[in-house]
Structures are given as structure tokens and as C-alpha cells.
Design a binder for this molecule. Structure first.
Ligand SMILES: *[C@@H]1O[C@H](CO)[C@@H](O)[C@H](O)[C@H]1NC(C)=O
Ligand SMILES: *[C@@H]1O[C@H](CO)[C@@H](O)[C@H](O)[C@H]1NC(C)=O
Ligand SMILES: *[C@@H]1O[C@H](CO)[C@@H](O)[C@H](O)[C@H]1NC(C)=O
Ligand SMILES: *[C@@H]1O[C@H](CO)[C@@H](O)[C@H](O)[C@H]1NC(C)=O
Ligand SMILES: *[C@@H]1O[C@H](CO)[C@@H](O)[C@H](O)[C@H]1NC(C)=O
Ligand SMILES: *[C@@H]1O[C@H](CO)[C@@H](O)[C@H](O)[C@H]1NC(C)=O
Ligand SMILES: *[C@@H]1O[C@H](CO)[C@@H](O)[C@H](O)[C@H]1NC(C)=O
Ligand SMILES: *[C@@H]1O[C@H](CO)[C@@H](O)[C@H](O)[C@H]1NC(C)=O
Ligand SMILES: *[C@@H]1O[C@H](CO)[C@@H](O)[C@H](O)[C@H]1NC(C)=O
Length: 890
């Protein structure tokens, strides 16, 4: 043994560098094979001749050394320790996987590493101290995990760090002082943790920092003066901490600052006049602090300012007249202060002003007649002030208003009938607790989108006009404590309101009050509320955009029809020729080990030859039910037309399908295997007897025992949105979103299907591009006609159509809408036809309860956003999920 080891040492000394290199290359290959096995990464094997490991997916080499490894978004989990054997690694991205357990300390051995991204996993434990050995590291991202403990002291040697992202973990302790020594740092985020202590003063020595985001921690002490010596700082977010002390005057030194968010802290003192030196400022948010003094006029020098939020502080004085210079201002929010004087007329001249919130102050002027002569205000919130005088008739000029809050002021006189001109008013009209007199104007009945009406605590009299039955969207009303008399109109929103909405009116009688009207009760029929508008009768006003859309759709349709005919011809031939023979299986695989025994490829292939097994036909594929000899039932997707091109890329296709089988999300239908026979590609899935969303909406609701099911529908809408948001997150654009491609499992949990097509068509781009942008008729975004390109906003549009289907129970295209009109056009043009959203929704659901109706109206808003004809105006799928979830929470 001693001899051998001596020999070893001698040999080692003699080895040339090239031999060392070879040793390592062999090692890298072995390591990668082991990693591939551990994580079941498809395509990481030595099977095909060209498959030298440097060509494997996600691997990038330099001179045969593995330098980059990108395994992001693969749904991976397992033991990562092996990766630390790849000694030449400079760039490692493991983000968006399912890794859990501790981060392997052995990563500290990767001495060449420059970029390390472990974000969006489920790592626990602490950040390994061993990372302090990664001297070449430029970017470290461990955000969105479950990391605990402190940021290690030992990191102070990481002098090359440019980006350090630690957000959304459970890190505690204080921000280490060494951060201040990282002179190259450009991005530092540690928001949503449990960090305590002070923000280190040393941060000021950063000269390169552009983004500092530490919101939602428990940081205390003052904002260090030195932060503002960072000349390149653009975004500063310190919201939701326990910061105290003054806003430093040095803030004015930061010439490039565009966004300052320091709300929800305990800051005191005034806003330094130096704020006016920050000419690039667009966003200033300091609400919920203890700031005081006057609102400084110097803000008016920040000509790009779009949002100023100083709500819930102790500001006093008036709103500076100079604010009229802020022509880009969209939102001015100063509620909950001690401000007084007139409503700032100069600001109202700003054409971009969208929200003016002066509520809960001591404003004591009158409402100016010029209130909406130029602005496009959507939110006018003046409640809880001392505003005097009458509501001017010109209020009717505020046609964009969504919410008008004038409650708890000293307003006198009548309610101007012009309020009825504000057709967009929908969130609330609150005139309560004033000194208003006279009768309610009948014109209020034209506010058919309004959800909440409060006129309580005034001296209003007369009857409640039955014209108010035109307020089809009403959910909350309050007429209490006035001088109303006569019967309450029989109108469902009134009768479903509590007593308290009508009490305190001596002369009022009828439901829901317990005072009977005797003979007075004329019991007007409530068909106004329940009337079923025949929305089938629609004028086909075809705008120019629609005309273009229609003609391109025709082209696409013709193309699809030709394909379909060709396919049909071929299919019938296949059936004749092959029904009796055993199909020749070229290849097949089942990715789920436990199912391998249960699936018989020949039985799969044979099942797709029988028309009676066909479950549905889509743009790109047909689906068959396949009974396995084992008793298992499969759903088999047979790809259309482009299958030949895919067959030319067989190995790539198999890789893609296998990759997709690892995409792990509750709302995605993952392939469990595939079969190739003749020139046919079959994708195997679990079979779900509840069918598709299309069948659920359009077949089951026709049955006589149909039970309204809004909560189930909303849950499906959210599920589909989540599945798509996940796909977009991993950069997959779906090609054919439709209710027919959403399958419902036994719990009615939706699964988005046909995800594979997106990846497979990718392989054969060029031959199938026109059908690639086709999707399903009725779901195709108008811009595809010009761009011929599938996009994420295009997916949002198609999703919007599915959501409209859920809300209306209408088909995406139906002759009944009128010539050239699809569901989207039909819904979007409803206001122009004088129909309310109420008349568009499936009345069997929306009339069940106010709660349901409110939720449906909110969901309708989301659907309208999604189907906006301008792609840039559509929300991201992620935001759609948030908006829909908010509906369920309220
Ligand atoms: C090729 O792949 C098959 C199945 O995946 C496997 O059984 C075989 O061992 C592989 N061959 C080599 C040389 O890796
Ligand atoms: C490849 O490595 C060599 C030396 O190891 C280096 O000089 C070169 O810049 C690297 N190439 C790339 C593209 O990184
Ligand atoms: C991971 O694998 C390494 C060897 O490659 C082993 O030493 C270690 O114990 C494993 N860790 C876990 C958590 O299984
Ligand atoms: C790699 O890291 C582990 C854990 O930090 C350590 O025990 C081991 O000695 C290191 N190996 C090398 C070759 O540096
Ligand atoms: C993690 O942070 C790095 C460095 O800032 C960044 O390049 C990367 O995009 C981040 N990863 C994710 C998933 O956001
Ligand atoms: C920062 O660097 C200086 C020298 O450049 C050193 O003296 C000091 O100890 C370092 N501080 C921390 C907290 O690492
Ligand atoms: C204001 O915004 C515009 C458009 O983004 C920009 O070009 C301009 O430089 C900005 N002005 C200042 C003073 O930063
Ligand atoms: C408004 O209130 C301020 C401060 O309380 C007072 O000085 C001023 O006279 C009031 N204006 C009117 C018109 O009442
Ligand atoms: C505002 O409203 C008044 C009265 O309702 C009307 O006469 C006037 O033309 C309107 N002004 C504008 C600018 O719309």
C-alpha cells in the first residue's frame, strides 16, 4: 500500500495538463449521467451518436468543460450534491423547480461560479456559510424559498457581487454590515423576510446601486442619510417596516430616483423641500406614517410625477396651487390628514388626473363647477370633510367616474338629476350624512352599473321613484333616516336589503319594512328586474376592424377546412386498411413507472382506429378513449396534419413530450406517455369521465335538473387561469386555449390540455405556421390576423373568451349573435346596445343571490380586460389569477 500511494504521487506529478483535462472531462460526463439519472432528465443519455454531453439540453460547454447548466422550470427534485462535482461551472440556474431540503454546502466548492440562481424552490435551512468561498460570484439569487436564519457574516469576501436577491424567505437577524462593502452591488433585494435592526449606514458606499428593496420586514431606526449619496439609485422600497426618524434632506441628491416607496412606517417630520430636485421622480408613496407640516409645493417641480400618496399622516394646510403644474399626475391621495381650504381647482385641470382622494380631512370649500371640465376623473373621493354648498349640475360632466364619495359633508340643496348622466358610475354613489333636500331624481334609474347607493341621513323626501328599478346592478342601498314616504318599489335589490336600509323614514311602508302599506300597495310587477331581454336580436354593426378580422378569419378557416378534408380522406383510408392488421408500433414510452405494466401500446393504437371511441375533435388533434386490457382507461390524443414533420424530429419530439410530462401543476394535463405507429403520433393521458369544460357548460346546463353552480364555475375559472399563468411563467405559450381543451377531473378541478402541441409545433415551424396561429374559432385574438404570431397576450384573450363562456353559458360563436359577431363582440357592444352587464350574464346564476351577482360582475370586468382588442392593455395571466382570487375573498 505505501508503495502504491507513493507511485500515485509520482505519477500525479508527471501527469501533463492535458491528461488532467481529459480526466475531468470524463468526470463531467459521468457526473452528468448521474445527475440525469437522479433527476430523470430526458435527453441526458449517450444513446444517439450526436449526443455528446455538451449538446444535451441545458448544458453549455467551453472546450468540453461544462460551464453553464440551466435546469430551470423542469419540475425537478432530488439530491443536488452531485452538481458540485462540475468544477468548471460558472453559471448555474436551478430556479422554478421543486427542490427541497437544505442547499448543498458543497456548492461552495464551485470556485468558478459567477451566477447562482436557486430562486422559486422550496429550499429550507440556512444559506450555507460555504458560499463565502465563491469569490467569483456576481449574482446570487435564493429568493422565494423557505430559508431561515441570518445572512452569514462570512460573506464579506464576495467582493464581486453585483446582484444579491434574498426576497420572500424567512431570514432573520439584521442586514449584515458587510453588505456595505460590496462596492459593485447594483441590485439588493431582501423584502418579505423577518429582518430586524437598522439599515446599515455603510450602504452609502455603494456607488452602483440602482435597486434597493427591503419592504415587509421589521427594520427599525431611521433611513440612513448616506443612502441618498448613491447617485445611481432608481428605486427605493422600504414600505412596511418600523422605520422612524426624519426623511433626510439628502434625498434631493438622488437625481435618478424615480420611485420612492416608504409608506407604512413610523417616519416623522416634514417632507424636505429638496424633493423638488429629484426631477425624475414619478412615484412617491409615504402613506401611513406620522409625517407632518405642510405639503411642500416643491413636488410641483417633479414634472413626471404620476402618483403622490400622502394618506394617513398629519399633514396640515392646503394643497399647493402649484400642483396644477403636474400635468402627468394621475393619482393624488391625501386622505386622512388635517388639510383644509378649497378643493384644489388647479389640479382638476390636469387631463391625466384619474383619482382625487381628499377624504377624511377638513376641506371646507365648495365643489367647483369646473370639476370635470377637463379631467377624466374616475375616482372622486371627498367624503368626511366640511365641504359646503350645493352639488353643481356640472357633476354630470364627470362621465368617466366609477366612484363618487361625497358623504359626511355639509352639502345642501337638491341632488342634481345630471348625476344620472354618469353612466360609468359603478362602484359607489355616496351622498349620505349631508343636508340634501327634495326628491330623488328619477334619472338615478339610468345608473344601471351602480352597485352601491347610499343617500342615508339627509332630509330627502317624496316617494322612492320606481324608475330606480333601472339600477340593474344594485346590491347595496341605504335610504335610511330621511323623509321618504309611500311604498318601497317592489324591486329585488330593495326587498333583499335589510330593514336598516329603509328605517328612519316615517312615511315609508312595504317590504322589507314591517310596515304594511294597506291599500296603498300597488304591487308593481317586478318584470323590469327579471325581464329576459331578447339579446338574440342584435344589429350587426361591423366596424372596420371587425371586417378585417372577419376576412382573415375566413382565410384561416378555409385553410383549416382544407386540412380537415385531407385529413378525413386519409383517416378513412387508414381505417379501411388497418382495422384488421396489428398496427406496427415504431416507438412508445410510459413516463410513469407505476403505469408501465397497465398500458398496452397496441391496444392504444387500435383504439384510435375506431370512430366510436372518438371523444372530441380539436384544431390540432382528436381525442379517443382507449380501454386497456388491464382495465385502465386512457385518453389518447391523436395529432393531426403536422405529424409527418414531427416524425422527422422524432427524438426531439420524445424529449419535448417527456419534458412536459415533468411540468408539475395541478391545473395542467400532463402526458403520461406516447406511442408512434405508422405516421401517427399518439399522446397518452389519464382519462377523466367528467369530460371537458365545454361539455360541462354547454351540455349539462341544458338538462332539466341543472343546478346553478357559480362557485364551482369561479373555481374552474381560477384553476384554468392558474394553469396558464404557470405555463407563461415557464415561457410556454399555449396554441389552442378553448373550453374544449380544458378537462375536468373527478373533483371538477380543471386541467388545461393540449399543452404538448405548443412544444411540438415548435419543432415543425414553417410548415404549420398558419394553423399554428389558428387556434379554435371564436378564441382567436384579432391581432393574430396581422401578426401571425402566438403570444402571451393572445393567450390572455383566448382565456377571456373561456371566462365569458363561463359567465354567460353562451358558445364563443353563435349565429344568434348576428352576422360577423362573436361572443366577445356581443359582450363588448352590450353597452352600445343599451344592455347592462346584468343582461349578458347567465341569469340563472346571477339572480340567485346578490353575492353571486356581485362576484359575476367582478369576473365580467376581468373578462372584458382580457378580451381588450389592444394586446398591451390585457392583464398578465398572473394578475388575472390575483383578480379572480380577490373576488372570492371579498
Ligand atoms: C439507451 O436507452 C435505453 C432506454 O432508455 C437504455 O436501456 C440503454 O441503456 C441506453 N443505452 C446506453 C448506451 O446508454
Ligand atoms: C473558454 O475558455 C477559455 C479559457 O478557459 C476562455 O479564454 C474563453 O473566454 C472561454 N470562452 C467563452 C465563450 O467563455
Ligand atoms: C446526496 O448525495 C450525496 C452523494 O452524492 C450523499 O453524500 C448525501 O448524503 C445525499 N444527501 C441526501 C440528503 O440524501
Ligand atoms: C466539497 O465540499 C464539502 C462540503 O463543504 C467538503 O467536505 C469537501 O471537502 C469539499 N471537497 C473539495 C474537493 O473541495
Ligand atoms: C435571480 O436573480 C438574478 C440576479 O439578480 C436574476 O438575473 C434572475 O433573473 C433572478 N431569477 C429569477 C427567477 O427571477
Ligand atoms: C469593509 O472593508 C474594510 C476595508 O475595505 C474593512 O476594514 C472592514 O472590516 C469591512 N467591513 C465589514 C463589515 O466587512
Ligand atoms: C420624464 O419622462 C419622460 C418619458 O419617460 C423622459 O423622457 C424624461 O426624461 C423624463 N423627465 C425627467 C426630468 O426625468
Ligand atoms: C376653512 O378652514 C380654515 C381653517 O380652519 C379657515 O381658516 C377658513 O376660514 C375656512 N374657510 C371657509 C370658507 O370657511
Ligand atoms: C358641463 O355641464 C353643463 C351643465 O350640465 C353643460 O351646460 C356644459 O356644457 C358642460 N361642460 C362641458 C365642458 O362639458
Amino acid at each position: 500500500m505505501p508503495f502504491l500511494s507513493l507511485l500515485g504521487i509520482l505519477l500525479f506529478g508527471l501527469l501533463s495538463r492535458s491528461q488532467l483535462v481529459i480526466t475531468q472531462i470524463v468526470n463531467d460526463q459521468e457526473t452528468l449521467l448521474a445527475i440525469g439519472k437522479e433527476f430523470k432528465i430526458s435527453g441526458w443519455s449517450l444513446n444517439s451518436s450526436s449526443d455528446q454531453y455538451c449538446t444535451w439540453p441545458g448544458i453549455f460547454c467551453n472546450n468540453s468543460f461544462v460551464e453553464r447548466l440551466d435546469l430551470s422550470s423542469h419540475g425537478l427534485k432530488g439530491n443536488l450534491t452531485l452538481i458540485s462535482e462540475l468544477k468548471s461551472l460558472k453559471w448555474l440556474d436551478l430556479s422554478f423547480n421543486n427542490f427541497n431540503g437544505i442547499i448543498p454546502p458543497s456548492f461552495g466548492n464551485l470556485s468558478e461560479l459567477e451566477f447562482l440562481d436557486l430562486s422559486f424552490n422550496s429550499f429550507g435551512g440556512t444559506i450555507p456559510v460555504e458560499f463565502s468561498r465563491l469569490r467569483n460570484l456576481r449574482a446570487l439569487n435564493v429568493s422565494n424559498n423557505f430559508l431561515i436564519g441570518v445572512v452569514p457574516q462570512e460573506f464579506e469576501g464576495l467582493n464581486n457581487l453585483q446582484e444579491l436577491q434574498l426576497f420572500t424567505n424567512r431570514l432573520n437577524g439584521s442586514i449584515p454590515m458587510w453588505v456595505g462593502n460590496l462596492t459593485s452591488l447594483r441590485v439588493f433585494t431582501a423584502y418579505e423576510n423577518e429582518l430586524t435592526g437598522f439599515i446599515p449606514d455603510k450602504l452609502g458606499s455603494f456607488t452602483e446601486l440602482q435597486l434597493l428593496n427591503l419592504h415587509s420586514n421589521q427594520l427599525e431606526g431611521s433611513i440612513p442619510e448616506s443612502i441618498f449619496s448613491m447617485q445611481k439609485l432608481e428605486t427605493l422600497v422600504l414600505t412596511q417596516n418600523r422605520l422612524s426618524g426624519y426623511i433626510p434632506r439628502s434625498i434631493g441628491n438622488c437625481k435618478r430616483l424615480s420611485s420612492i416607496r416608504i409608506g407604512d412606517n413610523g417616519l416623522i417630520g416634514g417632507i424636505p423641500r429638496e424633493i423638488g430636485n429629484i426631477s425624475s421622480l414619478t412615484y412617491f408613496e409615504a402613506n401611513n406614517n406620522n409625517l407632518s407640516g405642510e405639503i411642500v409645493a416643491e413636488f410641483s417641480k417633479c414634472s413626471n410625477l404620476t402618483l403622490l400618496n400622502l394618506a394617513s399622516n398629519g399633514f396640515t394646510g392646503t394643497v399647493p396651487l402649484e400642483f396644477g403644474l403636474l400635468s402627468n399626475l394621475q393619482e393624488l391621495i391625501v386622505s386622512g390628514n388635517d388639510l383644509f381650504g378649497d378643493i384644489p381647482i388647479s389640479i382638476l385641470r390636469g387631463k391625466n388626473l384619474n383619482k382625487l382622494d381628499l377624504s377624511s380631512n377638513r376641506f371646507n370649500g365648495t365643489i367647483p363647477e369646473s370639476i370635470c371640465s377637463t379631467s377624466r376623473l374616475q375616482f372622486l373621493l371627498l367624503g368626511q370633510n366640511s365641504i359646503r354648498g350645493e352639488i353643481p349640475h356640472e357633476i354630470g360632466n364627470c362621465t368617466k367616474l366609477l366612484e363618487l364619495q361625497l358623504g359626511s359633508n355639509y352639502l345642501i340643496g337638491n341632488i342634481p338629476p345630471e348625476i344620472g348622466h354618469i353612466k360609468n358610475l359603478q362602484i359607489a354613489l355616496n351622498l349620505s350624512s349631508n343636508h340634501l333636500v327634495g326628491e330623488l331624481p328619477e334619472e338615478l334609474g339610468r345608473l344601471d352599473k351602480l352597485v352601491s347607493l347610499d343617500v342615508s341621513n339627509n332630509q330627502l323626501g317624496g316617494n322612492i321613484p320606481s324608475a330606480l328599478k333601472g339600477m340593474m346592478s344594485l346590491i347595496e342601498v341605504n335610504f335610511s333616516n330621511n323623509r321618504f314616504s309611500g311604498p318601497t318599489p317592489s324591486f329585488v335589490p330593495f326587498q333583499k336589503s335589510p330593514n336598516s336600509s329603509f328605517i328612519g323614514n316615517k312615511g315609508l311602508c312595504g317590504e322589507p319594512l314591517s310596515v304594511s302599506c294597506g291599500n296603498l300597495n300597488g304591487s308593481a310587477s317586478d318584470d323590469n328586474y327579471h325581464h329576459r331581454v331578447s339579446y338574440r336580436i342584435i344589429l350587426a354593426v361591423i366596424g372596420s376592424g371587425l371586417a378585417v378580422f372577419a376576412s382573415v378569419t375566413v382565410v384561416v378557416l378555409l385553410f383549416m377546412m382544407r386540412e380537415r378534408q385531407e385529413k378525413a380522406a386519409k383517416e378513412s383510408k387508414t381505417v379501411d386498411e388497418e382495422i384488421n392488421d396489428s398496427p406496427v408500433i415504431l416507438a412508445g414510452n410510459v413516463f410513469v413507472e407505476s403505469l408501465q405494466q397497465a398500458i398496452d401500446f397496441e391496444a392504444v393504437a387500435k383504439a384510435t382506429m375506431k370512430e366510436s371511441n372518438k371523444l372530441s375533435i380539436g384544431t390540432f388533434s382528436s381525442v379517443y378513449k382507449a380501454d386497456m386490457p388491464s382495465g385502465m382507461i386512457l385518453s389518447v390524443r391523436k395529432l393531426k396534419s403536422m405529424d409527418k414533420t414531427i416524425l422527422n424530429h422524432q427524438s426531439k419530439m420524445i424529449r419535448e413530450v417527456e419534458k412536459l410530462s415533468k411540468l408539475c401543476h395541478d391545473n395542467l394535463m400532463r402526458p403520461i406517455g406516447f406511442v408512434l405507429f405508422e405516421d401517427v403520433v399518439l399522446l397518452l393521458h389519464h382519462y377523466f369521465p367528467n369530460g371537458t369544460l365545454a361539455q360541462f357548460l354547454h351540455d349539462s346546463t341544458k338538462k332539466p335538473d341543472y343546478k346553478p353552480d357559480w362557485p364551482a364555475r369561479l373555481a374552474i375559472a381560477i384553476g384554468v387561469a392558474e394553469g396558464l399563468a404557470f405555463l407563461h411563467n415557464v415561457a410556454i405559450i399555449h396554441l389552442d386555449i378553448s373550453s374544449g381543451n380544458v378537462v375536468l377531473d373527478s373533483n371538477f378541478n380543471p386541467l388545461v390540455g393540449e399543452v404538448e402541441i405548443s412544444k411540438l409545433l415548435d419543432l415543425s415551424r414553417g410548415t404549420a405556421s398558419i394553423s399554428a396561429v389558428a387556434g379554435s374559432f371564436g378564441y382567436i385574438p384579432p391581432e393574430y390576423a396581422y401578426t401571425m404570431q402566438v403570444t402571451a397576450p393572445g393567450n390572455v384573450y383566448s382565456y377571456g373568451v373561456v371566462l365569458l363562456e363561463i359567465l354567460t353559458t353562451q358558445l364563443p360563436v353563435d349565429e344568434a349573435f348576428g352576422e360577423g359577431i362573436d361572443l366577445v363582440k356581443w359582450v363588448h357592444t352590450a353597452p352600445a346596445r343599451g344592455e347592462t352587464p346584468e343582461q349578458i350574464l347567465d341569469a340563472r346564476l346571477s339572480t340567485v343571490s346578490f353575492g353571486w351577482r356581485k362576484e359575476m360582475l367582478a369576473a365580467l370586468k376581468v373578462a372584458l380586460l382580457c378580451t381588450d382588442s389592444t394586446p398591451a392593455k390585457r392583464p398578465k395571466m398572473k394578475n388575472v389569477v390575483e383578480m379572480l382570487k380577490e373576488i372570492t375573498q371579498n
